[in-house]
Ligand binder design. Structure first.
Ligand SMILES: [Fe+2]
Length: 353
């Protein structure tokens, strides 16, 4: 386990053409240096395929301002983008793959899409447990998925510090729980970690216990927290930053975080991270972007979304700093990636929607 703070924890015509291709696929592309990105020489534009949809503009703008390198990005679902990178092969326009889940980074590495980086800055900036040992990918921000409770309804002394997620399967919590839907990747990586930690039989008992407790499934973390605040549910499991977001608007919210498993394996966390593509045209620009995001650019990348910096030298923003320090369980990227389908099947089998 790692403590969070203190430790670890050119061708004008061709360019236009390329951008059109980018736009046609998907969600959106933002040329960040105005029309400069469209007409810029190839040598000063780095292109990112990203499954992360928030807080990119600010960070990429700051990066461009500091380095003179333009950033273009294409958003999509993680799996869609991996398929696309594989299909494009050496013709791909992307230099960097970015995603919000360690399992996806592991899958990209397994598919041979990423090239390892040899970077002293990244080795120093990103703690060992939050990057690929061979340097194929690096965590850039961290989120915790923990227990949230209404202090008018629950005394935090009621929680087990040993295995809080498992405790919520006990009958004392019947009719009091709200949780996220099974198709959501946050739920899937939490259940994959339960399988990894406890084995499939025990994980099935735990998730089945939540179902027996008549857990109310809500497909949005913010709505879950609003239900906790309203007292419709006493206890929930959500990402920490959704609470921070609500607290930024209303400091009197009746919701508190409880850091799960502090006497056990630590709270379940996951990362956003990135790696440079094996077929990147500009791997050196990709490396420069990732190095910047992990060091100088940490605050502009993580603060807007109230995430924890991975770099132990960087302080978290004030609202989440108030949540206090906590130990987190090691990120098992391979487990989250390889156990994903078993996690989904397990939830199906016990009737967790
Ligand atoms: Fe989220």
């Amino acid at each position: 386990m790692f403590g969070l703070s203190g430790v670890g924890r050119s061708h004008r015509g061709r360019a236009a053409n390329r951008l059109t291709v980018l736009v046609s696929i998907a969600a959106f592309v933002v040329p960040l240096s105005g029309c400069g990105a469209v007409t810029a020489g190839e040598s000063d534009t780095v292109r990112v395929y990203t499954g992360r949809h928030y807080d990119l503009e600010q960070a990429f703008e700051d990066f461009s301002e500091e380095t003179g390198i333009s950033v273009e990005f294409l958003s999509g679902s993680d799996a869609e983008l991996r398929e696309r990178i594989a299909a494009e092969g050496e013709d791909t326009q992307a230099d960097v793959y970015m995603t919000v889940d360690a399992g996806n980074l592991w899958k990209a590495e397994q598919d041979g899409l990423l090239t390892p980086l040899d970077s002293a800055r990244l080795e120093e900036g990103v703690p060992e447990g939050l990057r690929d040992p061979e340097g194929h990918w690096y965590g850039l921000s961290m989120r915790a998925r923990t227990v949230m409770y209404n202090p008018d309804e629950v005394d935090p002394g009621e929680f087990s510090a040993e295995d809080t997620y498992a405790q919520l399967a006990e009958s004392a919590w019947k009719g009091r729980l709200c949780m996220r839907n099974s198709t959501n990747s946050y739920t899937q990586s939490l259940v994959a970690s339960l399988i990894d930690n406890h084995g499939e039989r025990r994980a099935r008992e735990i998730v089945g216990g939540w179902v027996d407790n008549d857990v109310e499934i809500i497909n949005n973390d913010v709505r879950i927290l609003e239900n906790v605040d309203a007292g419709t549910c006493d206890v929930a499991i959500t990402n920490h930053y959704y609470l921070a977001r609500l607290l930024a608007d209303d400091g009197d919210l009746s919701v508190r975080p409880f850091w799960a498993n502090q006497d056990g394996r630590g709270t379940h966390v996951n990362i956003s991270g990135a790696g440079v593509l094996a077929e990147a045209d500009h791997p050196e620009l990709g490396r420069e972007l990732i190095e910047w995001l992990a060091t100088t650019g940490q605050n502009s990348f993580v603060d807007g979304n109230h995430e924890y910096p991975v770099n132990p030298e960087v302080d978290p923003e004030p609202i989440i700093a108030e949540f206090g320090e906590f130990d987190y369980e090691p990120i098992e990227a391979e487990a989250y990636g390889s156990l994903n389908s078993r996690a989904v099947r397990l939830m199906n089998e016990v009737g967790y929607e």
